[in-house]
Design a protein around this ligand. Sequence first.
Ligand SMILES: CC(C)(COP(=O)(O)OP(=O)(O)OC[C@H]1O[C@@H](n2cnc3c(N)ncnc32)[C@H](O)[C@@H]1OP(=O)(O)O)[C@@H](O)C(=O)NCCC(=O)NCCS
Length: 223
Amino acid sequence: MFHSLMETLEAYQRRDPAARSKLEIFLLYQGVHATLYHRLAHWLYCHNWKFLARFVSQWNRFWTGIEIHPGAKIGRRFVIDHGMGIVIGETAEVGDDVLLYHGVTLGGTGKDQGKRHPTIGNNVLIGCGAKILGPFKVGDGARIAANSVVLSEVPEDATAVGIPAQIVRIAGRTTHYADDVDQTSVENPVEERLEALSARLELVERLLDEQYKNGNFVPKNMR
Ligand SMILES: CC(C)(COP(=O)(O)OP(=O)(O)OC[C@H]1O[C@@H](n2cnc3c(N)ncnc32)[C@H](O)[C@@H]1OP(=O)(O)O)[C@@H](O)C(=O)NCCC(=O)NCCS
């Protein structure tokens, strides 16, 4: 428990340039408080104290502005920066080292039964105002741009942007592959073929000339 708290405080120091001492983060950062309340609510939920779990979760929401359903599974070193207006649904799963900004929703679309909320991989960044809706996976190392609405799976190391979100980068490389095509300096394939044929013809003519000079070659019409 103490180790988990210390590594969370260190994660805040690493992720938030404005964060100062661990004591300040522990006492004043609502993201830390929300995570601690959630750990208690989740424990109660798993031990079938559903009402108490919900009570703690509602208190958490009132105190921090962050609503995490007691059933949600949250990984280690979870950082919520500027936490406010965040909603994390019952069947959401969040991996380790995830960073969330204000206004994020990990929700459902209302169309699914059972598992309704997303599964977030490890080391994922979710920008402010982003909505991730549905029971799909957001791969490890993915980045969700601020204010995006993500409605389908996001691959590992991808950057998803827009409404509905599109994958615009994978491992830092653009996915606009058409932009990579060099359309101005492409060789003309017909011209290339003609040049190759012309070179072969020259070779054949030279060989025939040599045969002719050596007297080995008599054209058909001279026989
Ligand atoms: C998505 C993000 C993480 C950057 O990821 P990245 O992989 O480095 O992506 P890039 O910055 O190279 O941007 C990729 C493309 O998406 C565009 N883009 C990035 N963020 C965007 C957004 N929120 N909305 C629309 N387009 C966006 C970029 O302009 C770029 O477009 P291009 O391909 O035409 O050049 C970052 O833009 C972001 O949104 N961070 C959230 C930060 C946040 O919420 N801060 C709140 C602090 S209070």
